[in-house]
Design a protein around this ligand. Structure first.
Ligand SMILES: NC(=O)c1ccc[n+]([C@@H]2O[C@H](COP(=O)([O-])OP(=O)(O)OC[C@H]3O[C@@H](n4cnc5c(N)ncnc54)[C@H](OP(=O)(O)O)[C@@H]3O)[C@@H](O)[C@H]2O)c1
Length: 257
């Protein structure tokens, strides 16, 4: 596993990009920001650079088109959501599941972030040195972590928008629905990646969610990569995700997710 990286270009300087870039910089890694307006030319011209893609799921397709000439071994993706289909043509790329929450001044590491792939060890070590606890895992462990994270992201989003409540209000008033949303998400995506969800994931979710009780979602984002992906996969795998489906209908998402 290679651990050397010359420069790291951080593509997308939003919440995650600025936090990861800051931590890498604090660890002594040379980082270069790439925004819509700047940095792209330099990033694509450097044959040894690592590109850490921190755009939202919705922007990933267009960014992948710009990255078509870069070797997958130099690419890192840290998006939430079901992005596997988008990355199917990039074997050997590195993926990360970011377990911190950054919103404006709020920043909280919830659990160690998880990386898998060619640059996973390099990133986990550097981010750890820079203050963002992270681990490198193999593909199987990453698949489990991915299913578990889908559970988190299906609860902390769409249901809050449907009920117009904060996360703590939602978990207090609609605990059974929240657990059903979570269980459907981890079961369906677990099937899709060939992993068995653990009974401990729900309690781990509740612990991770504790500092986020104030979170609200006035509009639900990236639904086709989150609850929508769960329902789509459930249909494909002959499984059921009725609670996620009902919430999507409630928010007015057109069928065909
Ligand atoms: N925020 C968190 O706490 C957190 C935690 C874990 C995981 N995540 C995941 O991380 C991903 C990024 O989330 P985020 O919160 O960082 O989103 P964000 O704050 O919206 O940042 C995304 C950034 O990417 C930029 N961008 C979009 N297209 C680009 C392009 N073609 N070239 C260069 N930059 C481009 C955006 O610019 P514009 O504003 O101009 O579009 C924006 O600055 C999402 O998948 C999210 O679910 C977020």
């Amino acid at each position: 596993m290679s651990t050397d990286a010359a420069r790291v270009f951080v593509v997308g300087m939003g919440e995650v990009g600025r936090r990861l870039g800051g931590a890498l910089g604090a660890a002594g890694v040379e980082t270069v920001p790439v925004t819509r307006a700047s940095g792209w030319e330099e990033a694509l011209a450097d044959p040894s650079a690592l590109l850490v893609v921190c755009v939202r799921e919705e922007n990933l397709s267009e960014v992948l088109m710009r990255l078509h000439c870069v070797s997958p071994h130099r690419l890192v993706f840290v998006q939430n959501g079901w992005i596997r289909p988008l990355l199917a043509g990039l074997p050997g790329c590195t993926r990360g599941l970011v377990w911190f929450t950054s919103r404006g001044d709020f920043f909280r590491v919830l659990r160690p972030s998880v990386f898998s792939g060619a640059k996973a060890e390099f990133l986990a070590k550097a981010l750890g040195r820079g203050g963002i606890s992270s681990v490198a895992v193999d593909e199987g462990a990453f698949a489990s972590a991915e299913a578990e994270k889908m559970g988190f992201n299906c609860v902390v989003g769409l249901p809050l928008a449907v009920h117009q409540v904060s996360l703590s209000e939602y978990l207090d008033r609609h605990r059974a629905e929240a657990q059903a949303v979570f269980t459907e998400a981890v079961t369906v995506t677990g099937w899709a990646v060939g992993t068995q969800p653990s009974a401990s994931w729900w309690d781990a979710f509740l612990r991770a969610a504790e500092p986020l009780g104030w979170v609200r979602a006035s509009t639900a984002k990236a639904l086709e990569y989150r609850n929508g992906a769960v329902v789509r996969l459930a249909h494909e795998l002959d499984l059921a995700a009725p609670v996620n489906e009902r919430l999507l209908v409630a928010i007015g998402m057109p069928a065909g997710w």
